[in-house]
Design a protein around this ligand. Structure first.
Ligand code: ADP
Ligand code: MG
Length: 604
């Protein structure tokens, strides 16, 4: 038999590597911004077009590259940041793999200009799908500008896989915010389709947070400061009364690198304890500094997860530091903050051998697994659904008009629910049907009803809207405002009416008839969050996400007592739905039990 193994050509290897490094436009943004920071830039500009699908450009005033380096930077494993394996344990840079530019160049059109301080002329390079188109001298300012165009132009499957512009933009804004928050001493600007999204001048941390999240944030921030032998913590938490029904604004940075860590997140949430009502999340911006030697971030290319070996110690310090700050700012009951023995324990490092926290590589890490699969490993994964349910005590559904009396789905055409209905356990509506019994889950059934109603309103564009007597002002972050602007038309088609959309406030003058004024803020917040997170099972359509989100927020809850009329209404409306048997999230809305089945149970 002939030998059959061959080495893959570089451009193929690069394309494969790109699959891991570049998942979507925001991955490119992250890599380019980090390169600019590693190059010691003090001023960085990000320009994107069409959510990065058309163009992602990063311009920095960093140290630039020599002609040879500029060409080499696109080779795989070409890096100036480490030389030997030990360097991995003493990293002071964001990058080290030397993979990003090679990967990006394999799947896009790249245009690079770069010049070092002492050079007369800079270098201009064009690369398309790993092949060099040209390299020539050019006059360009000190620093580097990299433009990445037509991402995934040669991988149609990937390109088609990209989400809507607003979702991809959201990912980019997230990356940008993380980098900008980690480096308040660098000035950043960010343009999308020529309009300015952020313009952040050099500042201190508080000013940077306020510049990103809006001026109303300032009064909410409680500073955190703690230095121990094993780590230093600084940053801010927000006062409990400003906790959100979404967990978007939670930031951990370890040595200026954004990380996600469910365990540490739990430490912070736990410190808030009873100060938060169920379903609310604290906002925080926490910066942990640990000795570089004790960190190994060489886990996977997107580098947001690090695992600390001595997580317990970190947990204890973090929890008590947050508690302490909450106490100092008189935002927690004083009793908690008597310096009791238990409170002091985490500080007893003098008496302990002070182990530096170690970070271990997760050998089971599989970048191809979905996030959800990975997350289940964490013991502290919060339940992501359901919690919002506690918030509502029930919605007055008496105002919903009964549209039709006839129940005409195929299943029920022969067996109309004519007999009386009963509610059991404030959860199910039960009724006798010709073939036996039907049990309807009131919450899921109502979700289906509302979902179809919203969809219909959206498509016929004639949602009923109720004018508010006094227009309502609601403040949002700048980036939430961006999102609201993008989905304004869709919001209008479900019945929202806006008077004005300002920089950090919206003025609402009309709302869908199905909601009450007190629910508006929470519903819009939930909606934005769902769009950002692209609710599981959602189709690609934003309108669909919106209809689902509203249905989820507004459906009567389990635990709500329903009178007869309300029960009938649910039953009637459910069975004129196009797909009555399933909630918009794919859960069964009703089950039936045939009389023969019941008979069998008596004949044993
Ligand atoms: P890494 O960042 O892991 O080293 P990259 O592929 O991102 O790998 O970059 C390769 C090399 O190109 C870097 O090590 C650096 O020397 C150089 N480089 C990339 N971007 C810039 C930049 N904006 N300014 C200066 N040098 C850069
Ligand atoms: Mg890099």
């Amino acid at each position: 038999m002939p030998d059959i193994i061959q080495l893959l050509p570089d451009h193929v290897a690069n394309q494969i590597a790109a699959g891991e490094v570049v998942q979507r436009p925001s991955s490119v943004v992250k890599e380019l911004l980090e390169n600019a920071i590693d190059a010691k830039a003090t001023n960085i500009t990000l320009i994107i077009k069409e959510a990065g699908k058309l163009l992602i450009q990063v311009i920095d005033n960093g140290k630039g590259m020599s002609q040879t380096d500029a060409r080499l930077s696109f080779e795989r494993h070409a890096t100036s940041k480490i030389k030997k394996a030990e360097d991995l344990f003493n990293l002071n840079t964001k990058g080290f793999r030397g993979e990003a530019l090679a990967s990006i160049a394999a799947i896009a059109h790249v245009d690079l200009k770069s010049k070092q301080e002492n050079q007369e002329l800079g270098t201009h390079i064009k690369i398309k799908g790993s092949s060099l188109i040209f390299q020539e001298n050019t006059s360009t300012p000190k620093g580097t500008s990299i433009a990445v165009k037509n991402l995934f132009y040669n991988i149609p499957a990937r390109r088609n896989f990209l989400k809507s512009n607003s979702i991809e933009t959201r990912h980019i804004i997230n990356e940008f915010q993380r980098v900008a928050l980690a480096h308040p001493n660098i000035s950043f600007s960010f343009y999308h389709n020529k309009s300015e999204v952020y313009n952040l001048s050099t500042s201190n941390l508080r000013q940077r947070i306020v510049a990103i999240f809006g001026k109303k944030t300032n009064e909410k921030l409680v500073p955190i400061n703690e230095v121990t032998d094993v780590l230093e913590i600084k940053g801010f938490i927000t006062k409990p009364e400003f906790a959100k029904k979404k967990r978007g604004e939670q930031f951990f940075f370890v040595n200026d690198r954004f990380i996600k860590n469910a365990y540490l997140n739990h430490a912070v949430t736990n410190a808030f304890e009873s100060l938060l009502s169920n379903g609310y999340f604290p906002t925080y911006f926490l910066y942990l500094t640990v000795p570089t030697k004790s960190i190994d971030i060489n886990i996977h290319p997107t580098k947001t997860e690090i695992k600390f070996e001595d997580e317990k110690t970190l947990y204890a310090i973090l929890r008590s530091t947050v508690k302490h700050s909450l106490g100092q700012y008189n935002v927690a009951p004083i009793l908690d903050f008597e310096r009791s023995a238990s409170f002091d324990t985490p500080y007893n490092f003098k008496d302990k051998k002070s182990d530096t926290p170690k970070v271990t590589v997760n050998p089971d890490f599989n970048p191809f697994k979905s996030d959800e699969q990975k997350a289940t490993k964490f013991p502290y994964k919060r339940e992501s659904t359901e919690q919002w349910e506690h918030l509502y005590t029930g919605i007055d559904i008496q105002n919903i008009e009964v549209e039709s009396e006839t129940v005409n789905t195929s299943l029920f055409s022969e067996e109309k629910i004519t007999s009386k209905t009963y509610q059991i356990h404030k959860k199910y509506i039960v009724s006798s049907i010709k073939s036996g019994i039907v049990y309807i889950n009131q919450h899921l059934a109502h979700q289906r009803i509302l979902y179809e109603e919203f969809l219909e309103n959206i498509t016929v564009k004639e949602a009923m809207s109720q004018q508010l007597l006094f227009p309502l002002e609601i403040s949002f972050n700048k980036d939430d405002i961006e999102l609201i602007k993008e989905i304004k038309e869709d919001l209008e088609s479900v019945g929202f009416l806006f008077d004005k959309i300002l920089d950090d406030t919206i003025i609402v003058k009309g709302i869908p008839v199905t909601i009450t004024e007190s629910q508006i803020t929470i519903i819009i917040e939930q909606l934005l969050e769902d769009i950002k997170n692209d609710v599981p099972n959602a189709s690609f359509s934003q309108l669909d996400i919106m209809a689902k989100s509203l249905a989820k927020s507004l459906a009567i809850k389990t635990g709500t007592k329903l009178d007869l009329k309300e029960q009938e209404e649910i039953v009637n409306k459910l069975f004129i739905c196009k797909q009555p048997d399933m909630s918009p999230f794919g859960k069964t809305t009703f089950v039936t039990e045939a009389i023969e089945e019941i008979d069998k149970k008596f004949n044993n």
